[in-house]
Design a protein around this ligand. Structure first.
Ligand code: SAH
Length: 354
């Protein structure tokens, strides 16, 4: 017998062909697709609208490779961190962030990360592999379930701000977004406006995502609008000059008309001076943006320390004076290492079989 195929790697058209080859009617493919995606079925036995013989036939030819919840931690502020085990034993983390009115899922796109942001715990992990679209959708489905169970409401927002660089796993990320935003019964029916893709700033991929015009939001982790500083704290950016990044952001706005969020951490003696403030203001005046000043979550490196309130206020003052919207983002889930930049599988959750 030929090796069983991961059924969730097939799109609807491919599934229809596969079913036809098995002597089944194409409408069965739609039913199966609905079980796989809208209902997030993790086994063929759950597909009770299919006959038993068809379920057996599917088991012969296909597998479903769902993720498993390996560990669950809850912060005193309500934030939940899930360690999610993939079928091959790799583990990624996903976070549920509740507010008064919203539940946001922060999902991972890669196992580890290939980038080298000096201030980020995930960067200390080797990039093992990209996640499949199904593994991304499974994280979303898990958090939606937790939100309904613990907060009596469905998941409302998704941010690609977990482990990994979404733009370096472009195809799976786009495929996952398509499944999440496709209306019932083929997809999860979420509005793309409630999804944000966060990137460390890969210009070509920002342009590609703009062209795809999915209706999602874009966030760029800038952290410094002075080249030298950015190159020092995010060394991979040597290959991606700020001028190219800016051009790609302008292109994004031209195509999508959606304002970009700039993510920015202010650190003591790294970027807390007037020169860096002026550079950020100049940058923001060249493309419609709003700035999120993110609180730094220490990863134990002495070179990076949260800047003073005075420095933060100086940023806010300068940006607001130029009518640039600025928000200060407090950390969530810091006590369980669930906050931005802290996802590093610290508890060493591993494959129970290994
Ligand atoms: N690779 C993507 C998404 C993951 S990081 C990106 O870079 O955008 C999500 C956000 O957390 C980014 O803005 C990142 O720069 C920020 N971040 C990383 N480490 C952090 C830390 N220790 N404290 C606060 N924010 C951090």
């Amino acid at each position: 017998m030929a090796a069983q195929k991961d059924i969730r790697k097939l799109d609807l058209a491919a599934l229809e062909t596969a079913l036809q080859n098995l002597g089944e009617k194409p409408f069965r493919a739609k039913q199966i697709y609905e079980w796989l995606w809208t209902k997030n079925a993790h086994s063929f036995d759950e597909m009770t609208s299919l006959s038993l013989p068809l379920r057996e036939k599917l088991k012969e030819h296909f597998v479903i490779l769902p993720v498993q919840l390996a560990e669950f931690q809850q912060s005193t502020d309500g934030t939940i961190k899930n360690a999610v085990r993939l079928h091959d034993g790799n583990v990624v983390e996903s976070v549920l962030i509740p507010t008064e009115t919203r539940t946001t899922a922060c999902v991972s796109s890669q196992v580890g990360c290939s980038l080298d942001c000096r201030f980020c715990a995930t960067a200390t992990l080797t990039r093992m592999r990209n996640l499949t679209a199904a593994e991304i959708v499974d994280q979303v489905a898990l958090i939606d379930h937790q939100s309904r169970r613990d907060f009596q409401r469905p998941l409302s927002n998704i941010v690609f701000m977990g482990m990994g660089e979404p733009m370096l796993n472009y195809n799976s990320v786009v495929e996952a977004i398509e499944i999440i935003t496709t209306p019932f019964p083929k997809g999860l029916g979420m509005s793309p406006r409630r999804i944000t893709v966060s990137t460390s700033g890969i210009p070509k991929m920002i342009e590609k995502l703009a062209d795809a015009n999915l209706g999602v939001g874009l966030a760029v982790s800038l952290h410094a609008a002075i080249e030298e500083t950015r190159n020092r704290i995010m060394p991979f950016t040597v290959k991606f000059p700020l001028s190219d990044l800016l051009k790609s952001m302008q292109y994004w706005y031209e195509i999508t008309r959606s304002r970009i969020t700039i993510e920015y951490v202010v650190w003591k003696e790294v970027n807390d001076d007037q020169q860096h403030i002026n550079a950020l203001v100049r940058f923001c005046k060249k493309v419609p943006t709003k700035v999120n000043l993110i609180q730094y979550n220490s990863i134990g490196d002495k070179n990076f320390q949260q800047a003073s309130d005075d420095a933060i206020n100086a940023y806010i003052y300068a940006l607001e004076k130029q009518n640039i919207v600025v928000n200060v983002r407090r950390s969530r889930g810091e006590d369980i290492d669930a906050a931005c930049g802290q996802l590093a599988n610290k508890n060493q959750v591993s494959n129970p079989e290994s």
